[in-house]
Every structure is written in C-alpha cells, then in structure tokens.
Design a binder for this molecule. Structure first.
Ligand code: NAD
Length: 443
C-alpha cells in the first residue's frame, strides 16, 4: 500500500519504517527540514534501539523516503497518518494546532480518496474536527473527493518502539467507515498474524482508549510512589511490598516500581489533557488530579533527601548525577524528572556533574540557561570531587557499577538511589550510605 506519515518524530518515523518493512511504500513528511536532511543523509535524528537498521534497509529497498514536500507527500499515500505532536496547551488541554494544520494541508492538496488516520494522541472528538478541517479546505477549492477519518492511537514505548510496533499487544482502530476499516485491517494484517489483536470500535472510544491506558499506567506509578513515602515512615521496604503484591495476577509486576516520578512526552501531558476533558464535561477526575499532584511531589523526593542530608544551602557542594533521560533507552528529555532535580539543586547553590549514555546532547540544549551543570563523557568521570552520587534514570550500565570506585572517588560514600537499583544490605556491607525510595536509609 502507499502510506504517508505526516510528522516524522518518534511515532511517525517508527510507524513509517515498520510499515515499509512489511512491503508498503512509505513517504515520511516533516516540517522540520533539519530532521529530513539528517534522514536523507543516512542518519537518525532520535535514539531508538534498532530503528537505524530498519530505516536503512527500507531506504535501500526504495520503500521509505523522507521529504518536506507537502504536495508530494499528500499525493503519495492513500493512507495518511497524522503523527504530529499534541503538546499541552496553557490550560492543560491537548494543543491541536499541529494536527489541524496537517488536516488542512491534506484538504488543500488531495486529489483522490484518502484514509486519514489520527495516530497522534488526541482528545475525544478530534476526528470530527479533522474531518471538518479537511471538508472545509475541499469546499474552498470546490473539490469533490472522498475521504474517511479514522482513529488509530499508538501504544509504542520509546526505547522499545520497534518491538512494540512489530509485535503489538493490540491495535485499536476507531472507524465508522467500512472501506477505511478494511484498509486498516489489510495494512495491519502482517502485524497480527499469530492471532488477531486488532480491535475495531467507534472513533470516540478509540480516542478515549489511548488516554485511559496512559492514565492507568501513570496511576500505578503515582500509587506506588505514594506507598513508598509511607513505607519509609513506617519502616517497611517498598521493594519487598512490590514483590508481595505483584505476584497477584490481578495486580501484576509490570509498572509497579517506585522511583523519582514519571516524565516523558506522554504521561504528564495525557493525564493533564484527560483531567481537562473531565472539567469540560463537568466530570471532575479526582483520582487523576491526585496522580498528577503526587507525581509533581515525587519529582522533588530526591531533592528533599539531599537537603535532609546536606542542608538547605548546597553552595560549594557538587553532585554526580547519573541518568538524564526520562527513562532508559531513549534520548527523550521531555518532562524528565532530572530537569526538576537539577534545577532545584542548582537553585540551592550546588554544582552538577551529569552523565547519560545518550541524552546529554538533548539535555544540554534544555539546560543551556542553568548555571553550574557540566556533562561527563563517562559515568565514572562524574564521581571525582562530588559529594554524593544521585541516580535518576535506571540505565542498565548503572546496575552493577564499580562500587569501590564510587566509594573512593566521592568525597564521602553517599548514594541517592532514585530508582532502587541497589540492595540496601549490599550497600551497607560495602560501607556506602544508601538513600533509596521507600526503603529507608542504610548508613
Ligand atoms: P515528536 O515531537 O517526536 O514528532 C512530531 C513531529 O511532527 C515533529 O518532527 C514535527 O516537526 C512534526 N510536525 C509538526 N507539524 C507538522 C506538519 N504540519 N506537517 C508535518 N510534520 C509536522 O512527537 P512524537 O513523540 O512522535 O508524538 C507524536 C504524537 O504521538 C503525539 O500526539 C504523542 O502524544 C503521540 N504518542 C507518542 C508516543 C511516544 O512515545 N513518543 C507514543 C504514543 C503516542
């Protein structure tokens, strides 16, 4: 099939590359000329494991192209995915300006039947707005061309996006158009060969499903983070509690970790947008309000622990900080807890020696205005002359570090373990002061 993705970011690029991998001919469009230049020169503008090989293979096979030419892109695909950003607006609602601009650009140019697919995460009712925007543009130039708008929210996880797209848990298609549904089924058939995982539903339910999924996941995180705060006060270990409850299949082990708060380009904005949708419909979402509030507080938990240990005035103190990305295996820094933590520490006079395997370039752009942050080429380089080590992201390479080196290079052996990577008993044996989340402090 001929497919176009409008938006070539984490979702658009992965979608385009994986659809090309199954034999489709895909054009990926973006307004960001720099992104398209990098892709056309054989580079990948984001860090996503395995993506480069899929892109390279399909570009070489002539099935995957990148362009800034809107005309060519719109006319190429019969199926047009809108995969542009939907950042939070000032009131927390999803900002639809990029989605509607994409819809208008389709309406201004299409000359034959199109299935327009909302892949971006968009509030209930957006498909109607996309349909109206396209229809308005068609009417403006008096063009009589058929089209359908369907919702197909994306559930991939950054860091495992290729795997998620190629072997999805489910594919949700919201459609009230028979022909469009058949085309979506055909497009996704190669991804659901072992058993059918494509759920066709009405458009509004599909749009809602994406928010419901992210809201549920965010809720699990905030719930565990809140229990971790209490665990510390009552002398329980949240890691043991996690194992104790995760063994119940109704609860399950996944997404049950206490930590330094959730971040990223999805959970914070999607929770906000759903809360906002609730307000618009006079339906206050009390649980989700609390989820957000608990997360804002959790992003400061490591700072509170550092202040409790070193005092409110951190002038002259330096902290080694491992992990900047909002989670491992990505360079995505959007809403990363590390940004809040660094800002708070710097505000109190501290200097930061930061390290992340892939996110330092993104982080340095976002922290350009923040004084006192230096970036280290290797994790160990951050340790020398630092007063403590602060772990914010659970990259694999931090799981079994050289503890002797940590101990000898830090001014004093103090570790703030924001992702509960290390066993308190081991830290105690090694003589490292260990501040974890919901596990008490071992000196
Ligand atoms: P992104 O910021 O990485 O990419 C969006 C791209 O769209 C950018 O490159 C931007 O330049 C481009 N763009 C904006 N307007 C355009 C236009 N009119 N024409 C062409 N290109 C345009 O965003 P993302 O992370 O890929 O997210 C896209 C959507 O998918 C969002 O709604 C997000 O919530 C949703 N989503 C994201 C993830 C994720 O893990 N990143 C997962 C599921 C769903």
């Amino acid at each position: 099939m001929k497919v176009t993705t409008i938006g070539t970011g984490y979702v658009g690029l992965v979608t385009g590359a994986c659809l090309a991998e199954m034999g489709n001919h895909v054009v990926c469009l973006d307004v960001n000329a720099e992104k398209i230049r990098i892709l056309n020169e054989g580079g990948i503008p984001i860090h996503e494991p395995g993506l480069d090989a899929v892109v390279k293979r399909n570009v070489e096979a002539g099935r995957l192209q990148f362009t800034t030419d809107v005309d060519a892109a719109v006319n190429h695909g019969t199926i047009l995915f809108i995969a542009v950003g939907t950042p939070p607006g000032e009131d927390g609602s999803a900002d639809l300006q990029y989605v509607l601009a994409a819809a208008r650009s389709i309406g201004q140019r299409m000359t034959d039947y199109k299935v327009v697919v909302d892949k971006s995460t968009v509030p209930v009712g957006t498909a109607d707005k996309v349909r109206a925007a396209i229809a308005e543009e068609l009417a403006r130039r008096d063009a009589k061309v058929g089209f359908a708008v369907v919702s197909n929210p994306e559930f991939l996880k950054e860091g495992a996006a290729i795997e998620d797209f190629m072997k999805p848990d489910r594919i949700v298609v919201g459609s009230d158009d028979e022909q469009a549904t058949l085309m979506m089924r055909a497009l996704y058939a190669p991804f659901t060969r072992s058993h059918d995982r494509l759920f066709v539903m009405d458009v509004r339910s599909a749009e809602f499903t994406k928010y419901a999924a992210n809201a549920m996941l965010a809720t699990r995180i905030s719930f565990m983070n809140e229990l971790a705060l209490l665990a510390e006060k009552v002398g329980a270990d949240i890691e043991l509690v996690r194992r104790g409850i995760g063994s119940d299949p109704r609860i399950g082990y996944q997404f049950l970790y206490a930590g330094a708060g959730y971040g990223g380009s999805c959970f914070p904005k999607d929770v906000k947008a759903l809360v906002r949708t609730g307000r618009e419909h006079d339906q206050e979402l009390k649980v989700l309000n609390a989820v957000e509030e608990a997360n804002d507080r959790q992003k400061l938990v490591l700072v509170d622990k550092i202040v409790a240990r070193f005092g409110e005035d951190l002038a002259g103190k330096r902290f080694a900080l491992w992990g900047l990305a909002f989670k491992p295996n990505t360079d995505d820094m959007r809403e990363a807890p590390s940004l809040v933590i660094i800002e708070e520490l710097v505000k109190r006079g501290a200097a930061i020696a930061a390290y992340d395997p892939v996110a330092m370039s993104e982080a340095s752009k976002m922290l350009a205005q923040v004084q006192g942050v230096s970036f280290c080429e290797r994790a160990e380089h951050a340790l020398a002359d630092s007063d403590a080590l602060v772990i914010v992201t659970e990259w694999k390479e931090f799981r079994t570090p050289d503890f002797d080196r940590i101990k000898s290079e830090l001014k004093q052996p103090v570790v703030f373990d924001g992702r509960n990577l290390y066993e308190p008993a081991l830290m105690s044996t090694l003589g490292i002061e260990h501040h974890a989340i919901g596990r008490g402090t071992r000196k």
